[in-house]
Structure formats: C-alpha cells, structure tokens
Design a protein around this ligand. Structure first.
Ligand code: NDP
Ligand code: 8X3
Length: 253
C-alpha cells in the first residue's frame, strides 16, 4: 500500500531533499513550510516528475492554532500518516548570551522546540490510533555539544534530544518508532538564515572543507524510515568527514 510521509520545512535544504527522496520511492507527501510559492512549486514539480499525490500546507509551526487548523482538518485520504519528519527549524544570530537578541532567541525556541511539539501533538494521536508510525526528529550535533555564541540554538537542539527520548518512551506501547538524526554542518539555507541574509558570512562557514548536503541527510532519513518494522535507529550522529565536533574542523584554506 502507498505510504504517506509528512515533512515539515520542505521548502529548502534537508526538508526539500527529503521530499524528493520519498517521492522517488512513490510515497504520498504532505509538505509544509511558510513560503507558499516555493511550496507550491515543489509540490507541482514532484507530482509531475514522480506521478505521486502531494498535499502542500502553508503554515508557521510556531503558532499552535495554525498547526491545528492545517493538520487536524486533513482530508480523510490523508489522515493515515506513516512517517512524520520534524525538520522545520533554524538558527538566528551567533552572539554570546550577554549580547543576545531576544527576538532571535524566541524565533529559535518557538520554532525548534514548540513547533516540533505542536506538530507532534496532532500527529502522534493519529499514529497511536492506527497502531503504527515513525517520528523522525532532526536534531543536531548542537543538541549533543555546546559551542561559544550558539548557546540558545544549542539549547533548542538539546531540547529536541530530550523530546525525542520522551516521545520514544511515551509512544513505546503503541508500536511507534522515534528516531533522532543529528547532523553536523550541512550546506543549505541554514547559515544564510542564521546570518540574516548575509551570503558572504554564510559562505565562509563551508569554506575549506566538504560539508554534508541535504541529499546526504535525506538518504539517512530514508534509510531509517525503511528498516524492518522491529528495528529502530534511536539516535544517529552524522558529520562531514572533516568535522570532528561542533567547532573542530580540518579546513584547507
Ligand atoms: P534551511 O534553512 O535550508 O531549511 C529550513 C526549513 O525550515 C525551511 O523549509 C523553512 O521553510 C522551514 N521553517 C523554518 N522556520 C519555520 C517555521 N516557523 N514554520 C514552518 N517552517 C519553518 O535549513 P536546513 O535544511 O539546514 O534545516 C533543517 C533542519 O536541520 C533544522 O531543524 C536545522 O536546525 C537542522 N540542522 C541543520 C544543520 C545544518 O548545518 N544545515 C545541521 C544540523 C541540524 P520556510 O522558510 O518556507 O518556512
Ligand atoms: C547546525 C549545526 O554546528 O552549526 O545544527 O550548530 S551547527
């Protein structure tokens, strides 16, 4: 039977590559993001290229009413969700806490923590009722270690680490798998968003080494999602070969 995957934050980077990877395997897709033009264009192109059904839903995961409005009213033929990829997320700013911008902190905490919770709160009961499902959370190496000037982003991803463990415990009796995937540096729009549109600053992050790509993470998500039913990857750290920790790189500049 055709499986359905719901991927948040699919307008760029890891989410977009993941949508393409699951489309290649003939999944039905529910794709979300805030940028409606990108979302619609992606949905249309995947439908044409892979002859699959795609439901694009444009909303901001930070607002629980918007999440509920979009996900609690899914059409009947979209209510069986096999895989939820909680991917929507961002870093904003890179400052020590004493100089931090409170609006940046709120954007990170509201998106990375509350957004993931709001989406999971709607989808987990559906999975519980159907007796199966797989929630895949995109954490980060920043959820395992803390680096200077990144404390709030790191805190948000440490929260994803805790929430992944909590979801796994709470959903254990219902046959629902919960996986956390924690990447190191992936070249996406991540750094452009972090540096508020400063492309030059963003480019320097990936200079002198080969970063991961969205496709690398999409392949990893797809691998975890397609293991036999009795197998679950709880937690997976995936790094560029040239990156040993959040702040230790081997760069050739
Ligand atoms: P991108 O900026 O390329 O993609 C982020 C996606 O999240 C976009 O589709 C964006 O869509 C969506 N998004 C952001 N905020 C919201 C919101 N409030 N509501 C709905 N959607 C939102 O970055 P990545 O692909 O790199 O990031 C994906 C995930 O991977 C994030 O959780 C990030 O923390 C994590 N990660 C990234 C790493 C990296 O080095 N790139 C490493 C480790 C983890 P739109 O703007 O249209 O809303
Ligand atoms: C993104 C990776 O190390 O820039 O989560 O925080 S890092």
């Amino acid at each position: 039977m055709t499986k359905t995957a719901l991927i948040t934050g699919s307008t760029s980077g890891i989410g977009r590559a993941t949508a393409e990877r699951f489309a290649q395997a003939q999944y039905k897709l529910i794709l979300t993001g805030r940028r409606k033009d990108l979302l619609t264009a992606l949905a249309d192109s995947l439908k044409v290229k892979y002859h699959i059904d795609v439901l694009p839903l444009c909303f901001d995961v930070r607002y629980s009413d918007a999440v509920k409005h979009n996900l609690e009213t899914l059409p009947a033929n979209w209510k069986t969700i096999d895989i939820l990829v909680n991917n929507a997320g961002l870093a904003v700013g890179l400052e020590p806490i004493q100089d931090g911008v409170i609006d940046d902190w709120e954007r990170m905490l509201d998106t990375n923590i509350k957004g993931l919770l709001y989406v999971s709160r709607v989808i987990a009961p559906l999975m519980k009722a159907q007796g199966y499902g797989h929630i895949i959370n995109i954490g980060s190496i920043a959820g395992k270690q803390v680096y200077p000037n990144g404390a709030v982003y790191c805190a948000s991803k440490h929260a994803v680490d805790a929430l992944s463990q909590g979801l796994r415990l709470d959903l254990l009796p219902y046959g629902i798998r919960v996986t956390q995937i924690c990447p190191g540096a992936v070249e996406t729009e991540f750094s452009i968003v972090r540096f508020k549109g400063d492309q030059q600053k963003a480019d320097t992050v990936y200079k002198g080494f080969t970063p991961l790509t969205g496709v690398d993470i999409a392949d990893t998500i797809f691998y975890c999602a397609n293991l036999p039913k009795h197998v679950n990857i709880n937690d997976l750290i995936i790094m560029p070969t040239a990156q040993a920790s959040t702040s230790v790189y081997h760069k050739e500049l």
